[in-house]
Design a protein around this ligand. Structure first.
Ligand SMILES: NC(=O)c1ccc[n+]([C@@H]2O[C@H](COP(=O)([O-])OP(=O)(O)OC[C@H]3O[C@@H](n4cnc5c(N)ncnc54)[C@H](OP(=O)(O)O)[C@@H]3O)[C@@H](O)[C@H]2O)c1
Length: 287
């Protein structure tokens, strides 16, 4: 514990860039901020790709140990199979019994649990009247269900930590619904509500709960939309066009590496007075 770790990493272990493409996460050694995550144990769902993978990478860079899960065992093993301090298991966040086993195994492997990041999820397009009833139910299960499935079994372990935190990865559609993503937007609004209730309920156990609301982040999820759109543009041109169409004030999609440090800070004891917050990481979208 107490190793000098950094938000602005002088060693360039992770990096991000601003709208001008300047590197904003590289700092001098003197800029180092110790997030006090070293030696701690975290569960991050959906860590095989995109935002979850970037969160695992940042927590590892900060010296933490991380347990992560995803359904595709091969992809998971390819990404984290050889990495020290990572416990990677394949399973489905919608399966409460499996999630309990996974959380128990993680806590046993680490000897303690200091935090949970409920990140895994997937979206679907469809309007408010054209989305079939089953899709509304599926979205509720994958978004609200997956949060409760990982948080509930973790509470007993987290209550023993001197700095316990939960971060829910949500979307700005929670408060700025997108008409062509009706079921996603409604399920995200529900996650926002669940986040506030969890924050109010768990603070008496010393567990801080906060939510990050993502805008358009350029992961596989956006790549799938790009492929489906068949515009003939390359991904960079399509995403710039999409950012314009959706009036993203920053004028571009975000990157997973621009989300992960925010999550790490919310997990950190440095954020000890941040409780029940909804932090938009969206380039100004939905504000
Ligand atoms: N990217 C965006 O623009 C955006 C915007 C708003 C909100 N979000 C939310 O942010 C989170 C991360 O998004 P992302 O773009 O990084 O997504 P992504 O690239 O599609 O990655 C999703 C991760 O979650 C895992 N996952 C999905 N469903 C799962 C399930 N049922 N059980 C276990 N693992 C599952 C995936 O692995 P497997 O497929 O192998 O299971 C993968 O590791 C998601 O909750 C997403 O809805 C993203």
């Amino acid at each position: 514990m107490g190793r000098a770790t950094r938000i602005g990493s002088g060693s360039g272990r992770y990096s991000g860039s601003n709208s001008l493409g300047q590197d904003i996460l590289k700092g001098e050694e003197g800029d180092a901020v110790d997030l006090k995550l070293a030696g701690r144990g975290y569960v991050v769902t959906g860590g095989s790709r995109g935002v979850g993978k970037a969160i695992v990478a940042v927590l590892l860079a900060e010296g933490a140990r991380v347990a992560t899960c995803a359904r595709d065992a091969e992809v998971l093993a390819g990404v984290w199979g050889e990495t020290d301090r990572v416990l990677a298991r394949s399973g489905d966040v919608r399966d409460r019994a499996w999630m309990r086993e996974f959380v128990d195994e993680s806590a046993a492997a680490f000897g303690a649990l200091d935090g949970v990041v409920a990140n895994a999820g997937a979206g679907v397009t469809g309007g408010v009247l054209s989305t079939p009833p089953g899709v509304w139910r599926d979205q509720y299960e994958v978004k609200v269900g997956s949060v409760l499935n990982v948080v509930e079994p973790a509470v007993g372990y987290l209550a023993l930590s001197d700095s316990a935190a939960v971060v829910l990865v949500n979307g700005v559609t929670a408060h700025a619904p997108e008409p062509d993503m009706a079921a996603v937007s409604a399920a995200r609004a529900a996650v926002g509500s669940v986040g506030k209730m969890l924050a109010a309920t768990l603070i008496s156990e010393g567990i801080r709960v906060n939510t990050v609301n993502l805008g358009a982040i350029g992961t596989d999820r956006q790549m799938a939309k790009y492929t489906a759109a068949e515009t003939g543009l390359d991904f960079a041109a399509w995403s710039a066009e999409e950012a314009r169409r959706r009036s993203v004030p920053v004028g571009r999609f975000g990157r997973a590496e621009e989300v992960a440090p925010v999550v790490a800070l919310l997990l950190s004891p440095l954020a000890s007075y941040v409780v029940g917050a909804g932090v938009d990481v969206a380039g100004g979208l939905g504000g």
